[in-house]
Design a protein around this ligand. Structure first.
Ligand code: SAM
Length: 307
């Protein structure tokens, strides 16, 4: 799948293997091997020697589809796959593989954002998943009455946009690192406010509802305690925090995608995926009085913590 994506197979269909090989300057025999394997994987169809996209490939792998996950898949191919290659060492040492796979030291997002292009690939890749999951994450809890929704580390702004779609007219702000904010503005087209800053070291904008989507799973427990403590202190009484992550079941036996994502987090961050009870304990340690967890069926679930 990664190779077919990189070569642009899903943009070239319908095509024969020979025509694609000529167009891509690739070896005809090898292209046929790749395309037949993609048929077996359910990514391509084949009739009379002509290959076409399956519905799934047309929707998720074609670069210009509105629901495309091509950015995330390409990022997985170029970066995550190489980190996963060192999974045994990650397990031995309990740490991410950026130094081993890419010779990089320093904080994790300096790796994800090594160049402007790397940052865009990563965040637009996450955007694809966000477009699929944010409407369900926002709908999972009643957020009516919120006056200012601030998405901390909100990236491309898909969660804030989903919030505005459900609660039109309410203030929504994406808070993210300075190098990210221009991309947020570009993608949200000015529909959300933006604020540049570091959520560990800068004051948070005032809000009665914060969100952290795919943020807590990036960090070690001490850093999560710092962040949740800051959020709790900034919220008014009754204020809310929406946590969007894949929830692991309480026995830690599934779902598969959450446990695989947890290993992914091991190879590329300081964090992991957690159970609803673990998020509850983290939030209560910060002072929150209760949490409610909802499994959405989308790529992220939603936990609401209440001050
Ligand atoms: N919430 C978005 C989503 O669900 O698509 C993005 C999640 S991405 C895994 C982590 C986000 O946190 C990135 O947008 C990154 O720039 C931001 N981030 C990382 N460290 C940060 C910090 N110290 N302060 C503010 N934002 C930070």
């Amino acid at each position: 799948m990664f190779a077919a994506l990189e070569l642009g197979v899903f943009e070239a269909t319908p095509t024969t293997a020979e025509a694609f090989a000529a167009r891509a300057g690739a070896d005809g025999r090898a292209v046929a091997l790749l395309m037949d394997a993609c048929v077996a994987l359910g990514l391509l169809t084949k009739a009379d020697g002509v290959y076409g996209n399956t519905e799934e490939a047309e929707r998720y792998l074609k670069r210009d589809s509105p629901d495309t996950l091509a950015g995330y898949a390409l990022y997985s191919s170029n970066v995550l796959w190489k980190l996963w290659d060192h999974l045994p060492d990650a397990v031995r040492e309990g740490s991410h593989r950026w130094p081993q796979a890419f010779g990089m030291q320093g904080p994790i997002f300096s790796h994800f954002f090594k160049t402007d292009e790397a940052m865009r690939t990563f965040l637009t890749g996450l955007h694809g998943f966000g477009m699929l999951s944010s409407p369900q994450a926002i709908a999972a809890h009643d957020l009516s009455g919120v006056a200012h929704f601030v998405d901390l580390g909100g990236g491309t702004g898909h969660l804030a946009l989903a919030f505005l779609d459900r609660y039109p007219g309410v203030r929504a702000t994406v808070f993210d690192l300075p190098q990210v904010v221009p991309l947020t503005r570009e993608i949200t087209g000015g529909r959300v406010e933006t604020m540049a800053g570091n959520f560990f070291t800068d004051p948070l904008p005032e809000a009665d509802c914060y969100a952290v989507a795919r943020i807590l799973h990036d960090w070690s427990e001490p850093k999560i305690h710092t962040l949740l403590g800051k959020i709790y202190a900034a919220l008014p009484e009754g204020g809310r925090l929406l946590i969007c992550e894949m929830l692991v079941n309480e026995a830690r036996t599934g779902p598969t995608r959450a446990l695989m994502q947890s290993l992914n987090m091991l190879t590329c961050t300081e964090g992991q995926e957690r159970t609803a009870a673990e998020y509850d304990a983290l939030c209560r340690a910060a002072g929150f009085r209760e949490t409610r967890a909802v499994v959405t069926g989308a790529p992220v679930d939603a936990v609401l913590a209440i001050k």
